[in-house]
Each structure stands twice: as C-alpha cells, then as structure tokens.
Design a binder for this molecule. Sequence first.
Ligand code: BGC
Length: 650
Amino acid sequence: MNELKESGFDAAKTVENGNKYLLGNGYLGYRGTLDEFGASECVGLNIAGKYDGVKGKWRETVNAFNPFYMAAYAGGIALDAREKNVAFHEVALDIFSGLFKRKTVFDVNGTSVTLKCERFVNMASKSNLCSRVIITADKDIRLNIKAGVDTDIWELNGPHFKDVKTKISGDTITASGTTQELGYRISVECKYSQRIENFSGGFGYINADIKKGEKFVLDRVAFVLFGEENADGESYDDKLKSHLKEWERLWSISRVYFKDDKRAQFALDYSIYHLLILAPKGEYSIAARGLSGQTYKGAVFWDTEIFMLPFFLNTLPDCAKNLIKYRINTLPEAKKKAQSYGYGGAFYAWESQDGYDACSDFNVTDVFTHRPVRTYFKDKQIHISADVAYAILKYYEHTGDDELMLAGGLETVLECAEFARTYSYYNHVKDRYELLDVIGPDEYHERVNNNAYTNYIFYNITKRGVELYEKFKKAYPESAVKKLKEWVEKLYLPKPDKNGVIEQFDGYFKLEDVEVEEVRSRLKHPNEYWGGSGGVATATRVIKQADVIMLFNLYPGLFSKEVQKANYEFYLPYTEHGSSLSHCAYALTACRIGKTDGAYKAFMDSAEIDLKGGGKQWAGEIYIGGTHPAASGGAWMTAVYGFGCNKEKK
Ligand code: BGC
C-alpha cells in the first residue's frame, strides 16, 4: 500500500487530518488541510527552528503565511467540501512520493464539477512548496477563483507578524511580515500559472469559462524566504521531478521490510515517512511534534536524541551529525542554565529553542481552577543532559568521528557529567553520591530521589566520557576529569530487589498499590492532569511512561534477561502510556525477553499513533496535539533492534 486514503468529508476530523496528512521536507511542514480552509481549520505552514515570542505568551515556532489558499466558484456556487452539494470527497497521502491529493466532486445545479488538487513540499529544496489544482465539469461552466497568500494564519500564541504586506508583481503574489521578537523578515512568494485579472485585499482573482471535459489547471510554485534568499523560475513539473527523485533516493536507503504483514508494513512505512519529512537540512534539530504545528512550542526534547537519532544514524548519518551539532552548538546556553541554578557543567534545556529553555515554570493549567500549576520539568528533569551525552556517545560509536569528538563532542559529554557531579549530594552515612530532587522520564512523580534511570545513565556517560578522555587527552581540563573519575565510582546505583525489580526511585514501592484503570476512574475531568502536587497518580504507583524500562533499552547488556522480565511484568500494569514515548519502550524490552505478543501490540500502538489520531490531546488546559515523531522513531527501533535482532536461535 502506497497511500493513506479517506473518503467522505467529516468536519470533526479537520484537526486530526491536518496531522495525519502532513507534508514536510525537514524544514517546512504543511498540514493536510483543504484549499478552501483558513486559520480556523488549523491550516499551518510550520517552519523548523524559527521562533518568536509575543509578550506575555509562550514562545513558539512561527507558521508562515499560507500560499495555497483558494476559494473556487463554479456557476456562482462555492466549491467547498463543507457544503451540501458534495457528491464525492477523498483525500490521500502518497507516503512514497510525499504527495497530498484531494478530489471532490460537486453537484452544481445539475452540472458535475470535479476539483482535484496535488500538493508537495519539495524534498529536494529547503524553501519550496507547490500545488496543482485541476477543475473539470461535465457541462460548460464559468469559474471564478479567489486565491492568494493568506495572512490570516493559525497561531497558538501569536500574532507573530507585524508590518504584514501583500503585493502582486506580474503573476506572483507575495505576503511578507516581520516577526515580533527577533525581527525576521519572512516572505511567502507564490507564482501562478494563470493570469491574475484583479488583485485586491491581498487576493488575486482569476476567471475562466471551461468547456465540457476541458481541464482548468492552476499551478502554484511557492517559496518561504528569509531576507536575502530568492525564488527561482522553475515550473511545477520541474519541481515535481526533483522532489520525486529525492523521495526515491530516501526510500532506497531507509525502507525496512516485514514479511507477510501488510498492516505492520504500512504502519512502519508511515512512521519512516514521518521521520524522513523531519530530516533536518542544516544544524538544527527536530521538535517534539515535528512540523505539524506550534504545539509544545516547537521545542526540542530528549525525544530526538533517544527516540529518533537511531533512525538517522543508520540511514542519514549527515542528518544525525546535524542533530548532534545542534546540541554541541547550544552548549554555552546549557552551561548558563546550570549556572543559573547554582551548578557547574551543562544543564540542557528541557524544551530547547536553540538552547533557550522554553519550558515554563507553570507548564500545566488546572482544569478546575484554571490557574497555572507549578511544574518542575525545567528545573528537575536533569536526565536531559545525560540523554544528550548518551546521543553523542552513540553517534561516536556508530561513526568513529574523532573530529566531532574533538570539536566539542567530548567536551559536551564531560560538561554533562560535570553538571551531575555538582548536582549530586554526598551521603556521609552511606559514603556515596546521590541524585536527589529530580524527575525521571515518568513526569507524574516530581522531585523524587535517586531515580534509577537518571543515576544509571549519568553513571554510564561519565564512565565512557572519562575513558574517551584517556584516548584523546584533549578537550577538557585533566583536573576536572580526575574529579569525575572519583565521583562516578561512588555514584549510587539502585540494584534489583529480591524479586529482580529495580525501584523507580526511593520510596516508590511504598506508594499506593493501584493500577491504571483504578486511577483513571478517580478522574473528575477527562483532561485533568495526573501528576504534579495533587494529581490522581501522584501518590500511587501509576506512572506516565516507561521509566526503568527505558534504561534497559539504552543499556540492554547491563541487566540479565530475568531482571528485564521481572521489571517489565512489574511496571506494565502501572504504566498509563500517557506519553507517546512509552509503548515503543515496552515493545523493545518485550522483544528482548521473548514477549512476542506484547511486543507486537506495543509496536503497533507506537507505529499507528498518528494513523489512528491517538495520543493525548490535552495536558490540563494546554493543547498538546500534533504528530508524534518519537513514537515513529520508537517504532523503527522496535522493528530493527527489536524484531530484527532478537530472533530466537534454533
Ligand atoms: C513526555 C516527555 C516528552 C514530551 C515531548 C511529555 O508528555 O512526558 O517525556 O519528552 O512529552 O514529547
């Protein structure tokens, strides 16, 4: 199966389909919406790594103006999928060629009018996207088209543009504006293949008489430009050619095959599609909701290093290098963050916008009181620094890129270790260092002590960082390395108990022993936040996402299969999977311990998350919907490292 397809129009699916049928080229993302849609239908042309903050609101990536707005009329009647005269409607996404297609047939007072659209975000370019609209009718009919670069755009925390201007020059319409905070001048330029007769209010008007069976074709070749960049004069067909060629190349190096399982094959292909449309075209990184919009502020989380990087390492190593360089380049901000809390080393942003931590101290709004809730993700989720270091080490293991290690890679690893050293507390009674007052991957339990995932990952990255220092003897002061060496030997590592289970954090076993459904039944509002100081899960063993289990995926050789099995069985009933990062973590561990059914189910839950429109849409009153690229990366890892590498030997 090449295409994702859906017939019939359902207004309730507008937001979900915007995500599901998303197009992208690693820099621009265009949501799967219809030509006649506007801001209220969440049309979005999201740009990677271009942030703007409006006073008093959250800083987020900007959505550019929409070059493909079009309101078409045949015989004076609107060709609009929301109207009653729709005889047939279908949208499709060809994931092997990155093409969005739409076909709608209208009954215009007895005349059958067909509107088709094909659209792509050019994979072979950074700034280009194209649309082709074809209209035909079974009787002669008059067409009137209003089209333009729509400046009324969907924004969560905007408006991000000031000095918005539209203009026409020959057959090209341009809208430009300046972002409020950093003053980027962004222009969206769109060249039309049809003559624009009038231009008013920012829109162009095209009129045509089409004969029965004749095709009216409108090609639009658009560019999202910053400052000095220029559009080129290539046609839709030229652009399509280079786009398709690039997609062919990408699939030739990235496809993974399932034997005799069409559903799993499509789910995995779809996951890979989502990773490919996010492959950075420069030294920037990937947002937690990809290019599907401004959710999660367009910020970069540990999702990229731990869940997506493996795919890029194995298929597009240059992209993997870009992802790593993004973290090396933002080391100065991470050092500043550590200093701001009184620590040494590098404390990476929990929600990174070019190194700036966009995570708010009040990241959730209470659904009952509508008041902001103090959350500690930014201050206490220290594992982010270890995740960054882990990714650099993984990159090195794959590539042997000494140069990058000497150009900031090793320094970053050691600065992350140094942060943990200065953050740690020396327990005189037990003669060991402990990491107190942290949040592990499970965000429902804040400010806990000795989270196993956090302690182990810092231990391992420090050990490896120190070893590599011995090899390079460069990139860091020797005295600092000596301190790290002594420290890491005394860093406390929680061990499996008599049942083989590792306690997620000190005191976890003493929490109320109830499972997920019981806790869910205690909710008084469907969007209530489960964690924080007063959440339904806080005083219980119920966790948001894989935590101890995640540790096994990073270091599968560190614990015996028996221990991994004991923890899998213990933690699974307590795991809500309230994060899209969770299913794949269980799937990977399940593969190692031979739980085939559990692995397959969790793999499908991960791979199909955006096909089913799943995942939580709300955290308290905050909208968190969009695509889930970490789940796509996790599905890929499960297929390759899980199903691919754990075949029982006969
Ligand atoms: C999860 C984090 C994740 C973030 C972005 C949160 O809900 O708890 O682990 O990094 O979403 O995907």
